[in-house]
Ligand binder design. Structure first.
Ligand code: PMP
Length: 424
């Protein structure tokens, strides 16, 4: 596979950008990432003209794939040609807010921001401001963006910054517990109950190989937070408008959080984040309340138009049937291949999310520690040696999940299964 142009671009990038990239995980591809020239349906074409079936889909925002339907394209072009932004409100922000409020039962009001990280940062500040408490409970292996309160590792007795530049005094307000471990949550509430502002969790861990909640886990979180006057925050940056359709994962699980963070799909492929929830809490954001929150680009008209038209298109067409159906086919096919050729591995996912996890015991992981034990070296060898060479673009490491889009076809699925068969 010729990759001269990508290599040359990476050389140029390395001399002007740290690690040659603008987001940490992108450099995980060895020996260097391929540079994308353009998307085409469910595929991307790189700077050397190589074509890949794309299961990364921008790391989640592209529910419709790279071929945007005509009304989505038209709305984006129109907004881009009209300004493109003003620093004063526009109707399209209200339209998208109304759409989300109508479809996500826990959301009575919403504020739009520009990334998932900004959404979780603001949600944490809001929870602290609303409750007058400091501590946030998170799950080990959960990811809530590149922000000070959640770049924390260790456990609730010894939380420590997971990045240079985060003060230990910040980490002390974050209490990491294993996912699916009710006892650990009970323990932190016994110890810190009066100072816990919120429990923040992804409904399904989507940044750690895909880990599903055990039955009753989210109901338990709902009860214990209510009992202690803490908030429950669902970080639906990945699952929002992907799992559970337009009602999001919370409707699938039948659990109503106080706050929800959104990102990715709600911006239709443009930079976005949002914090939605009970009106009484969201109203605490400035200017109606005392919790400061602001952004030059927030509610950007191009993003709002892309998000609204994407969701309207999904509401009016067979988008979720299509992506979930291909997701089922992929998981079934992969399960057969794994059972036959590599029974120690696990196929994880639901709806349009999927992943082969290199656990060694064939058991579905219950928490981050289980995934951490997965064979990451083998992941690299198999997937960066063999899948990429067969024209399949998978997520950059063992942990990030992969996504089906409306642009993918049965042929893409069959080609991918053949490649997995060969690689495994
Ligand atoms: N929360 C979750 C659950 C995420 O998956 C991500 C990013 N993948 C974020 C927050 C951060 O979003 P962003 O990268 O847009 O800042």
């Amino acid at each position: 596979m010729n990759d001269d142009n990508s290599r040359e671009l990476y050389d140029r990038a390395l001399s002007v950008m740290p690690g040659g990239v603008n987001s940490a995980v992108r450099a995980a591809i060895e020996p260097y990432p391929f540079f994308v020239q353009k998307g085409d349906g469910g595929h991307v074409i790189d700077a050397d003209g190589n074509r890949y079936v794309d299961w990364v889909m921008g790391l989640g925002p592209l529910l419709l794939g790279h071929d945007l339907p005509e009304p989505v394209q038209a709305a984006i072009q129109q907004k881009a040609s009209e300004g493109p932004m003003y620093g004063t409100p526009t109707e399209i922000e209200v339209d998208l807010a109304e759409f989300v409020v109508r479809h996500v039962p826990s959301v009575e009001k919403i504020r739009f921001v520009n990334s998932g990280t900004e959404a979780t940062t603001s949600a944490v500040r809001l929870a602290r401001g609303y409750t007058g408490r400091n501590k946030i409970v998170v799950n080990q292996g959960g990811y809530h963006g590149a922000q000070e309160s959640t770049l924390v590792e260790g456990d609730h007795e010894n939380p420590a910054p997971s990045s240079a530049g985060v003060p230990q005094s910040f980490a002390e307000h974050t209490l990491p517990v294993p996912f699916n471990d009710e006892e650990a949550v009970r323990e932190v509430f016994e110890e810190h109950g009066d100072d816990i502002a919120a429990v923040m969790t992804e409904p399904i861990l989507g940044n750690y190989g895909i880990v599903h909640p055990e039955d009753g886990y989210h109901e338990f979180l709902r009860e214990i937070t209510e009992e202690h006057g803490s908030l429950l925050i669902f970080d639906e940056v990945i699952t929002g408008f992907r799992v559970g359709g337009l009602g999001c994962a919370q409707s699938e699980f039948g659990v109503t959080p106080d706050l929800t963070t959104f990102g990715k799909i709600v911006g239709g492929g443009f930079p976005v984040g949002a914090i939605g929830g009970r009106a009484e809490i969201i109203e605490q954001f400035a200017p109606s309340g005392p919790v400061f929150q602001a952004g030059t680009f927030s509610g950007h008209p191009v993003t709002m138009a892309a998000g609204l038209e994407t969701l309207k298109f999904a509401a009016a067409n067979d988008v979720y049937d299509h992506v979930d159906g291909l997701g089922d086919r992929l998981r079934e096919g992969l399960s057969e291949i794994v059972a036959d050729q590599a029974p120690e591995y696990t196929v994880a996912g639901t709806n349009s999310m999927f992943k082969v996890i290199f656990t060694r015991d064939g058991e579905a992981p219950k928490n981050a520690a289980d995934v951490k034990n997965a064979e990451t070296d083998r992941w690299r060898r198999v997937f960066w040696g063999q899948m990429k060479d067969q024209g399949i673009f998978l997520s950059q490491n063992q942990f990030e999940c992969q996504f089906v889009s409306y642009s993918h076809t049965e042929e893409d699925v069959e080609q991918t299964l053949e490649a997995y068969k060969d690689a495994l």
